[in-house]
Design a protein around this ligand. Structure first.
Ligand code: UN1
Length: 518
């Protein structure tokens, strides 16, 4: 058990991470900021953690300029050496795991084991990137012309932009930043203004590594500011060839539009509406545990959160009953305390959003089976704690079709597997999905071309908690981008096809003759 679980001292944690009472929100090798001040308030108890002076539009230029300068040298620093720097970053992350995990919990409210798990994802992706730094392979192909060689190679793209959400305030940056770093890009990170201290703490950790190695710290820079100012500047900046963004579908559409207009590239990881199909041939005990973690974990604020259960009519009542009992044992409270399973929502606006969704469910004819209340009393004086909710609904309800970023789990009935898959895919989003069944044929159908239409599809494990080794992302309104493992690194590099003629002739492809007759 990490020491911080047993006993924690917020001041000491912040201190060890280099967080001061008032911090600058822009970093390009130096810390500065000339924008409005924001206050980071913990949703766990309403206490002020620290203040941040955000960046303004001029500060953005200063951040960009240093990131560009850093790119000029970083792209020529050999990839395996870039990997060595990321290896050192992974070591620093290991040293700071307890404190950074605790800060995630304090600033956004997920329970400490999940805060620590998030830092573990950062370490894992860093290790992955170290190996990758020696494996940025291109293919070679046979030329149709004699005395010619053809191959493709991958070059760094440039200064890229990373926009991250409050719910994974450190890991999602690391998925992007560590891959970008070994690929030879430099990255400007705009974290969510709801979790600015997490951003500052991460950059302080990596800053030391760059400084120790006499490298420009602007290889990984930071810009905290308003979406309507700094976010807009970043996405409209022609000099930024790639924007990798995580957030709502609404936000992603805006980014896709702005970056698409200037023909830049995007990696978009947007909303999910993740379902678990529970067959009459499922191991219900396994399904129960997966659903509990998937629906209640991170208080329903993961993009991979389980939002819909599509249960076979023969197990529907039994599963619902098991879940309602299970929900009673979910201990809600201070996410820093051992045994707590669900912390607060990020803020009161999120609570209001959840309450509005519950009203909408009832209006459309749904039935609230349990939960969905705002908790009151001294322990919950922040107004950010709720009970997780289960509702019986129809898949076509407007409210079911959209992502509510809160712990609401929809229960839907199905008759046969074709029917289940149809219901499953009948939503605008396509991030993560799962089936629980011991029937091989059903599982294979779910994973086949006529099965789940999501970017992630699992059998007998839940929708959330993906490993970093796979490509992460989804289809349809989820945005289509892929981050993290597999060959997602290719998004951070530009592909170049090269043909070299080592003969003394100049044959043309496709057998074309183009002689001047001289
Ligand atoms: C997110 O919610 O934006 O698969 C990312 C998961 C985590 C990542 C979630 N590894 O739940």
């Amino acid at each position: 058990m990490p020491a911080v679980i047993a006993k924690y001292d917020v001041k000491a944690i912040l201190n060890r991470l280099g967080i001061e009472k008032v911090n600058y929100g822009a970093f390009n090798g130096e810390w500065f900021g000339n924008g409005k001040k924001i206050v980071s308030v913990s949703p766990t108890n309403g206490e002020v953690l620290a203040e941040v002076i955000q960046a303004d539009e001029e500060d953005y230029e200063k951040v960009y300029e240093k990131a560009r300068e850093a790119f000029e040298m970083w792209r020529m620093y050999p990839a395996p050496k870039r990997g060595e720097i990321v290896r050192q970053i992974a070591q620093e992350l290991r040293k700071h795991k307890d404190d950074l995990g605790a800060l995630v919990t304090l600033e956004m409210g997920k329970i400490l084991p999940e805060g620590l798990g998030e830092v573990q994802e950062m370490i894992d992706i860093s290790d992955f990137a170290v190996g990758l730094s020696r494996q940025l392979y291109g293919l070679s192909m046979h030329s149709e012309r004699p005395g010619h060689r053809m191959y493709e190679q991958w070059h760094p793209r440039g200064v890229i932009g990373i926009i991250s959400a409050f719910n994974f305030p450190v890991a999602v940056w690391a998925w992007n930043a560590m891959l970008a770093a070994v690929c030879g890009d430099t990255a400007i990170w705009k974290p969510s203004s709801k979790a600015p201290l997490c951003g500052i703490a991460c950059i302080k950790i990596v800053q030391k590594v760059f400084e120790r190695n006499n490298l420009p710290p602007a290889i990984m820079s930071l810009i905290i500011g308003k979406g309507s100012e700094i976010g807009e500047k970043l996405i409209n900046d022609k000099r930024i060839p790639l924007i990798s963004a995580t957030g709502s579908t609404r936000m992603g559409r805006r980014i896709g539009e702005a970056v698409g207009k200037r023909l830049g590239r995007t990696i978009l990881e947007l909303g999910g509406n993740n379902a678990i199909v529970v067959s009459d041939k499922a191991n219900l005990d396994l399904a129960l545990r997966a659903i509990l973690f998937g629906a209640v974990g991170t208080a329903g604020q993961r993009c991979t959160t389980t939002r819909r259960i599509i249960a076979h009519r023969d197990v529907y009542d039994k599963l619902l009953d098991m879940l309602v009992k299970g929900y009673k044992f979910v201990s809600i409270g201070d996410p820093m305390k051992p045994n707590t399973l669900m912390g607060p929502l990020i803020d009161k606006a999120a609570v209001e959003n959840m309450m509005n969704a519950i009203e909408a469910i009832k209006k459309e004819g749904g039935e609230i089976v349990c939960g969905g209340e705002v908790l009151k009393g001294e322990k919950f004086s922040t107004g950010t704690y709720v009970t997780p909710c289960i509702a019986k609904v129809e898949n076509h309800y407007d409210i079911v079709q959209s992502e509510t970023f809160a712990p609401i789990l929809y229960f839907i009935k199905y008759d046969n597997i074709d029917d289940a898959i149809k219901i499953h895919n009948d939503v605008p989003q396509g991030l993560s999905s799962a089936i629980f069944t011991t029937d091989l044929l059903e599982a294979e159908q779910f994973l086949s071309a006529v099965g789940s239409d999501c970017g992630i599809a699992n059998a007998n494990i839940g929708t959330s908690g993906a490993e970093i080794g796979g490509a992460f992302g989804g289809e349809k309104d989820t945005g289509g981008g892929r981050e993290s493992g597999s060959d997602a690194w290719k998004g951070y590099m530009r592909r170049q096809t090269c043909t070299i003629n080592w003969s003394k002739e100049l044959p043309l492809a496709q057998g074309i003759q183009f002689d001047t007759g001289e």
